[in-house]
Design a protein around this ligand. Structure first.
Ligand code: F0G
Length: 366
């Protein structure tokens, strides 16, 4: 890396790291914020829940530059858009895609329009789209309506769509699977993740297959996807007209990559299952308190799903009889600070006391 590219912060990021696997050439301008290379955290408390000397890891995608996994795909999508001389990006979003698109567009010096379902975007994500300078259009509709509009805008106007229907997004996102294999020396036995528009499960499966084909791994994981109970079209095998869940990021009734997700689940001998809002919120707090990882509700769906696999008779995938020493990876997709509302509701109001040691001791019961 020369001094200039170091100064531009372009020495890191998934394009530099996995260039040979990505649709880029030497003439592609690299727009990167240093995404990827996220921690694969070994979780002793989760491992204990499965027992049988199994190891559970959490791939913490919330530490990406804009706080979600979307940055991996966005660096590739925006770099390719710039190479094709695009001037305006557009996306529909439940929040994270818009935050990421807005940031990478700002970095690239091009404009970005985001179409969002009104009232259903977590406050942190909305603030991100604003501060990075995106044009924000709120619609009286849900994500599925927003994506329909974006598809039309992409056809009729000079917009480059940066939703995961853009193959460059999927190409970038598959690097998360590469990182996992590079880190633990092989593919895991099970990979758990939340499913919304189904781009991520599609991307992980593509990544695992590609590495396996190149003999970087000896096996392929079973892909286990989790949808929120009120927004579970793939699980129920039908479009959900009015999806509802506390996990607003995966409040989607008609996922764009539905077929690809089905293929990933089928080919990997995986499963699709649902988790309730109560299970999601409980898992979110549990993960923060037991493993020190604070994730947003949609991400906690993977952890709630993990518990279901461990404990529930109704689970479509049970961990009760898996081989000893199995390795399980759960992807947590977004940072908890993006979506503080549910947690804030659980907090009691703080009542300040006088600034003396005695008063503080009294409160602590000492
Ligand atoms: N987790 C989070 C935090 C997300 O933001 C999303 C999707 C998912 C999981 C599901 O991933 O769609 O690839 O199946 N968010 C999109 C958005 C829809 O607009 O930010 P998926």
């Amino acid at each position: 890396m020369d001094a200039t590219s170091a100064k531009l912060g372009q020495g890191r990021g998934v394009i530099e790291r996995y260039r040979e696997y990505l649709p880029v050439s030497d003439s592609t301008p690299v727009i990167s914020l240093g995404e990827g290379d996220t921690p694969l955290v070994h979780c002793p408390q989760l491992s204990k829940r499965v027992g049988r000397a199994c190891d559970v890891f959490v791939k913490n995608e919330g530490v990406n530059p804009t706080g979600s996994f979307k940055d991996r795909g966005m660096t590739v999508a925006v770099s390719k858009a710039l190479e094709r001389r695009a001037s305006t990006l557009v996306c529909a979003s439940t929040g994270n895609t818009s935050a990421s698109a807005a940031a990478y567009a700002a970095r690239a010096g091009i404009s970005c329009t985001v179409i969002l379902p009104v009232g259903k975007i977590a406050i942190g994500k909305l603030l991100q789209a604003f501060v990075y300078g995106a044009r924000i259009v709120a619609i009286n509709g849900n994500f599925d309506d927003a994506l329909r509009i974006v598809r039309e805008l992409g056809e009729r106007n000079a917009f480059t769509i940066v939703n995961s229907i853009n193959p460059d997004r999927i190409a970038g996102q598959k690097t998360a699977a590469f990182e996992i294999v590079d880190r633990i020396g092989d593919a895991p036995d099970f990979h758990l993740l939340p499913v919304g528009n189904a781009g991520n499960i599609t991307a992980y499966w593509a990544g695992y297959r590609e590495y396996h084909a190149r003999q970087k791994s000896t096996k392929l994981p079973a892909m286990i996807g989790f949808q929120a109970a009120g927004a579970a079209p793939i699980f129920h095998n039908r479009v959900i007209e009015k999806p509802e869940t506390v996990a607003s990021a995966i409040r989607i009734g008609n996922p764009a990559s539905w077929k690809q997700a089905r293929a990933a689940i089928g080919e990997s001998r995986g499963a699709i299952d649902t988790v309730s809002d109560e299970e999601i919120v409980a898992a979110q707090t549990w993960l923060a308190r037991h493993e020190g990882i604070f994730v947003e509700p949609a991400s906690a769906a993977a952890i709630a799903g993990f518990f279901k696999c461990c404990d529930s008779k109704e689970a479509t995938c049970s961990f009760k009889k898996i081989p000893a020493k199995s390795r399980i990876v759960c992807t947590v997709t977004g940072h908890g600070l993006k979506d503080p509302d549910v947690i804030q509701e659980q907090m009691e109001e703080l009542r300040p006391v006088a600034p003396t040691v005695n008063d503080v001791r009294r409160v602590l019961g000492l």
